[in-house]
Ligand binder design. Structure first.
Ligand code: GLN
Ligand code: ZN
Length: 764
């Protein structure tokens, strides 16, 4: 009999209860007891769901106040020195929050810990900071308390903890650089001692299985790390519990032998992302070792083809008997909680979907099939599941022959524009721009009034006419301000957009939106990714009217503002019935039409934002080039339909260009604006080394801070940039959009920025 289990459940709550409780606590509107009570109730609710779905264990340790890696750091007493935490003292909740956010209701503020993307997800973890002589000790008992809490509810418990090497891999040195692997690996003996303590405490509580997450095993690991794996797990083999080593988000590939050689009681594989792993490991799988098959996606929201899963796993069940466990491929942290909350979603589309609760039900069904124990109710559910899948395959909502035809024809569409040198001189002449031209990244402050306006309009509380006039007034104000401030390339300010992906998704065919499909991004912040379910097509121009209106108010060039195909793809749930590349191509074609229409409407500068371009990079370096090739191709497809005189901008706000500078150059945008002000222009190194040919706007105004940047400081930054690049290449602009800022500081900052540009020009 194959049993089922779960690697982790979304912690935020179906109604974002955790978010609300956290924010109330941080704001001083509730106390710690109330917060702790919310956490307790959420855990119990989530365990009950797992139990009801027939899971053999409930998972404990997937709950976190802010982030599960931060939970683990604080459990092990890893608190950076700037928080002045007394050595070997217990860590309290407010210390955890100060590490996450820089401040908490109690204690002195200090710089928050760094946050980074969790593998290739949109979830962010708090990066552990380890001192060279880092001590590890049990500084919090909450994990053990949670085990007891679950046991008191009558459940079998399987705790989950980060594996030693994955934890180290994801950490950075407090006093030594990220890259110094040796110093990280030198911490293993102390860390091992702490892990042994933890495992012993679990054993004392009667725990039999512990899930140890080692997803670093799906990455390119240096030999020293592979050796470290052998050492560490040889030592942990003596622990008085069974270890289930969990790998997910990819193929262990070249680490397959390593993984098979580790003396652990079980291994979990992601068979959704990397189904071929099964064939590789199965023939020599030991009879006494558990193989946990991650067979239901923890990253996507589509129903599983259970017949296919059963066909794949049938022989495995026969070979391994009780040694086969069934699970979602990864934690369910990355999908929304419960589809049944979606009452507005179209019934047909809804029938194709599965959120965390439904995924556990699917798992249960699969187990019933494999175990030959299908009840009448389950067999009815299976029939429904099959019907939904069959419908999805042929639904006319998904397949649009016109799009297919367009995509087929796209291979003959040229992606290349005339050489940049030729284009840029024509553009300079046509646009009449000074040296060090100034611009912004698109959005202007989104005041509570603007947000309310959009909400009221969506709710039908105000008429279209009233809404449109209010937006026009906002655009007039923003244009007037920019003219007064003396900016060179203006924007309309994006007041009509709630979100840079959602806005376009709502106007394109092929997208669906949920009401409650929240997924945690970091801490209390959640996002509601749109669902791309079908062929993407542009039904109507999406931005032309607003942009043309804005242009009519000024003689200066008005910059059209679009979200790029790769970013829309990256920030949505996408189809699993075609490649990401295929979906991206459809998006690119839709955006291409918009670009051409903007040009026709007299818009001479068009920006296509690609802030998510880099985060789409696959986990394995060997897969990078293929991704970069199609991502660049899609960007170029969307931008190459215009005349030489039309200037294409792009914008990216992240800090690592070194790896991908060649592809950035290959995108061939006339101007790229990037985030640099925080790093003091160090980012430009990559552009300098590569001899980046096109124009570039290194941000000089850190829009994440309410501070007004100093004029001299901006001049210094630009001079630094000019020492690395040709001054003719340089633009002057903020780091990113201004939507989270307030008006007073925005006004002053942009006026200072324009003054700085004027000084730079006159110094020529
Ligand atoms: N044009 C967008 C804005 O200004 C860009 C946002 C982003 O880079 N994330 O808001
Ligand atoms: Zn940005």
């Amino acid at each position: 009999m194959a049993l089922t289990h779960n690697l982790g459940f979304p912690r935020i709550g179906v109604k974002r209860e955790l978010k609300k409780a956290l924010e109330a606590y941080w704001a001083g509107q509730s106390n710690e007891e109330e917060l702790v009570e919310t956490g307790k109730q959420l855990r119990e609710r989530h365990w009950a769901i797992q139990h009801a779905a027939g899971n053999a264990f409930v998972t404990v340790g997937d709950f976190a106040w802010y982030d599960h890696i931060l939970e683990w750091s604080t459990t092990l007493g890893v608190v950076p020195s700037r928080f002045n935490h007394p050595r070997n003292a217990p860590v309290d909740l407010d210390t955890l929050f100060r590490m996450a956010r820089g401040r908490a209701p109690s204690g002195d503020p200090a710089a928050a810990c760094e946050m980074t993307k969790w593998f290739d997800t949109n979830y962010h973890y708090i990066v552990p900071e380890l001192a060279a002589d880092q001590a590890f000790y049990l500084a919090r008992t909450c994990l053990f308390d949670q085990v007891s809490q679950a046991q008191a509810c009558g459940y079998q418990v399987k705790p989950v903890i980060p594996g030693i090497l994955t934890y180290l891999w994801l950490s950075k040195g407090e006093s030594f650089a990220n890259a110094e692997d040796e110093r990280k690996l030198a911490l293993i003996p102390q860390l091992l001692a702490a892990y042994k303590d933890v495992l012993a405490r679990f054993a004392q509580l009667g725990v039999q299985w512990v899930q140890v997450d080692e997803s670093a095993l799906v990455l390119d690991l240096p030999a020293a790390w592979q050796d470290a794996y052998r050492e560490v797990y040889a030592q942990l083999a003596q622990a008085p519990v069974n270890i289930l080593l969990a790998t997910y988000f990819g193929d262990v590939a070249d680490n397959t032998e390593l993984v098979s050689s580790l003396p652990v009681a079980g291994v979990h594989f992601d068979l959704v992302r990397a189904p071929k792993q099964l064939e590789k490991v199965l023939p020599s799988w030991p009879a006494d070792r558990v193989l946990s098959a991650g067979i239901i996606s923890g990253r996507e929201i589509w129903r599983t083809d259970l017949d296919h899963a059963a066909a794949v796993l049938g022989p495995v069940a026969e070979q391994l008997g009780e040694g086969l466990w069934l699970a979602p491929a990864s934690s369910l942290l990355h999908v929304p909680v419960d589809l049944s909350e979606e009452i507005q979603l179209d019934d047909e589309i809804k029938s194709w979907l599965s959120f965390a609760v439904q995924k556990l039900e699917e798992l249960n069904l699969l187990a019933a099939v494999l175990n030959g124990a299908v009840t009448d109710e389950q067999s009815a559910a299976l029939v429904r599941q099959r019907a939904a899948l069959a419908d999805r395959k042929v639904s006319r909502r998904i397949h649009n022959p016109a799009v297919t035809e367009r995509v087929n024809g796209a291979s003959s569409v040229s992606r290349d524009r005339t050489p940049f040198a030729e284009r840029i001189s024509k553009q300079r002449a046509a646009l009449g721009l000074p040296d060090f031209p100034t611009t912004t990244i698109g959005s202007f402050p989104q005041t509570p009034e603007i947000r309310k306006l959009r909400r009221d309009w969506k709710a039908g509380a105000i008429t279209d006419t009233n809404y449109e006039e209010a937006i026009r007034q906002e655009i007039r104000d923003v244009v007037k301000f920019q003219e007064e401030a003396g900016l060179d390339v203006l924007v309309h300010g994006e007041p009509e957009r709630n979100d840079m992906v959602e806005y376009f998704g709502e106007l394109l065919a092929g997208f669906a939106f949920t009401q409650n499909g929240w997924v945690q991004s970091y801490g209390s912040r959640c996002v509601k990714p749109p669902i791309i379910y079908g062929d993407v097509a542009r039904l109507i121009p999406m931005t032309v009217e607003w942009t043309a209106f804005a242009q009519s108010l000024t003689d200066k060039p008005m910059k059209g503002m679009l979200t790029g195909p790769v970013t829309v793809l990256q920030w949505s749930f996408v189809r699993d019935d075609q490649s990401r590349q295929a979906t991206c191509l459809q998006l690119a074609l839709a955006l291409r039409d918009e670009v051409v229409d903007l040009e026709k409407a007299g818009i001479r500068v068009i920006q296509i934002d690609e802030p998510a371009f880099r985060e789409g990079l696959p986990l394995r370096k060997a897969d990078w080039q293929a991704y970069l090739d199609w991502a660049v191709d899609c960007f170029k497809l969307s931008t190459s339909g215009v005349q030489d005189t039309t200037q294409i901008h792009t914008h990216m706000c992240y800090s690592e260009f070194n790896d991908i500078i060649e592809s950035i150059a290959a995108m061939d945008a006339d101007v790229i604006t990037i985030e640099t002000s925080r790093s003091n222009m160090e980012l430009l190194e990559a552009f300098e080394r590569f001899n980046y040919p096109n124009d570039i706007g290194p941000g000089v105004y850190d829009i994440h801070s309410p501070n007004v940047p100093d004029r001299e400081w901006m001049i210094q930054l630009m001079n630094k940039a000019a020492s690395r690049l040709n001054r003719k290449q340089l633009w002057v602009n903020p780091d990113c959009g201004l939507k989270t800022r307030q008006w007073p500081e925005t006004r002053s900052a942009l006026i200072e920025m324009v003054n700085a540009a004027q000084t730079l020009r006159s110094a020529a």
